[in-house]
Design a protein around this ligand. Structure first.
Ligand SMILES: [Zn+2]
Length: 396
């Protein structure tokens, strides 16, 4: 905790990239910032705010940073017990809170704050990572604030959020900010090849379609039919001719998002239920009356999770719509390089030639408005119907 504000001399932080950083791709500046802070010459802030768009690798970066701090070699070697357990999520002094619900419960943060007060058991630091720090209410932020203001000497907080503005000002002003950028499609494709063994051509196609979202790129590359469904949606969008077609298409998108979210939520819920019953020593699947309220709680959580998932999936679809319109605009202005939606290039050319760029620009704004409305709890079907109807009448 010495040398705040000084620039670290060349040293540990400038050597070859240690193994724990291998999966943090396309983030050279951020990685250098973390490594400098973790090096003996660096100054280690006790609260970090890691921002970047979804899929840019915020939580992967937080874990790599945590591993570097706990590493027995002090480098993030990726081989020592500390590095391996941090990356596997089993290190006793690294706690990661993630949520797939709409918000993180106050009780959960309260428990985390209590953990933050404890000295590390085996490592040099006690590290607390909150993956979706933007999903906290004002009251929950307050629970966190005290601990972030005056943490015990070995405690390091890492909060992850899409942008700094997503956090209460009182919290963000106490954090060192690290900003991740959207990684290049080529860099993401290389990761999918190296880490997941995806075929190079498919990896590039998936990475381009996912527009820098690493998890989504992997899904496109590995989930049968997902790229084809995306392509089909782009074709439908470019072919919309009337309000009636737009209403049908909107219903189709919402149905598809709901099915996708339900499938995922059901899988997770079944796993949780099974884990819970097993931990209670029950292996015949029959819930005794004493545990019914807890199982009910798990089911309620699963429903809430599904609500958020539907919104997340729809937001992703809207980003796809945005990318198609951006391709159209690129053709109209003659500025676009390679198309994101190369599979529907003929349709894009056709639409681009019918209208000028001004119309497309207002439609791009309309997509962002629709995303904001859905995030602000407007019923998704209404917001998407309105958007697609506008696109239909504008592009004819
Ligand atoms: Zn290590």
């Amino acid at each position: 905790m010495t040398g705040a504000g000084t620039v670290a001399p060349p040293g540990v932080a400038d050597g070859p990239l240690p193994r724990v950083w291998a999966d943090v791709v396309g983030q050279d500046a951020a990685v250098a910032q973390f490594r400098r802070a973790a090096s003996p010459e660096g100054s280690l802030a006790q609260a970090w705010l890691i921002t970047g768009p979804p899929g840019s690798g915020r939580s992967t970066a937080a874990r790599a940073f945590a591993a570097t701090l706990q590493c027995e070699q002090g480098t993030g070697c990726g081989e020592c017990r500390a590095c391996r357990t941090v990356l596997a999520g089993t290190h006793p002094d690294v706690t990661v809170v993630a949520t797939d619900k709409l918000s993180i419960a106050k009780e959960e943060v309260r428990a985390l704050v209590m953990t933050a007060q404890r000295a590390p058991a085996t490592g040099r630091h006690r590290v607390l990572v909150i993956e979706d720090a933007d999903r906290m209410s004002a009251g929950t932020f307050n629970v966190l604030l005290k601990s972030i203001e005056e943490p015990p000497p070995s405690t390091v907080w890492m909060l992850c959020a899409p942008s700094a503005e997503d956090l209460a000002a009182t919290i963000r002003s106490r954090c060192r900010l690290v900003t991740l950028s959207v990684p290049d499609a080529a860099v993401v494709a290389e990761l999918l090849q190296r880490r997941d063994g995806v075929d190079p051509a498919l990896a590039l196609r998936a990475a381009r379609a996912a527009q820098g979202h690493i998890g989504l790129a992997l899904r496109y590359a590995t989930q049968e039919g997902s790229l084809a469904a995306r392509e089909e949606a782009a074709r439908t969008l470019l072919g919309l001719r009337s309000t009636g077609e737009a209403v049908l298409a909107a219903q189709g998108l919402v149905d598809r998002a709901t099915a996708e979210a339900k499938e995922h939520a059901d899988t997770v819920a079944a796993e949780e239920r099974e884990r819970f019953l097993r931990s209670a020593g029950i292996d015949d699947g029959k819930v005794p009356p004493a545990l019914r309220s807890q199982v009910k709680q798990l089911e309620d959580d699963a429903k809430r999770r599904q609500t958020r998932l539907v919104r997340d999936v729809l937001d992703r679809y809207l980003l796809d719509v945005h990318s198609v319109l951006r391709d159209v605009l690129g053709r109209q202005l003659g500025t676009g390089g390679e198309l994101v939606n190369i599979e529907v290039a003929p349709e894009i050319e056709q639409v681009a030639s019918r209208r000028d760029g001004r119309v497309t620009l207002t439609l791009l704004e309309a997509v962002q408005e629709a995303r904001a409305r859905i995030a602000g709890n407007v019923p998704p079907l209404l917001a998407i119907e309105a958007l697609l109807a506008r696109i239909a009448v504008s592009l004819v």
